[in-house]
Design a protein. Structure first.
Length: 55
């Protein structure tokens, strides 16, 4: 996000491209964080536990 803002301020990207870059950067960070939270929660509170046959 910082690089998108910096490139927008410097004038190397037009306004529309800068907004797309910032939006994509934000959504990428959000999706990565959500994936990490889902993996962490799955390991913390296991929904599907293995069943063992008692012999």
């Amino acid at each position: 996000m910082v690089s998108g803002i910096a490139l927008g301020i410097s004038g190397k990207l037009d306004r529309e491209t800068t907004q797309i870059y910032i939006t994509l950067s934000f959504m990428t960070g959000l999706c990565l964080w959500l994936f990490w939270v889902c993996c962490w929660m799955h390991q913390w509170h296991i929904l599907i536990a293995p069943t063992y046959a008692h012999e």
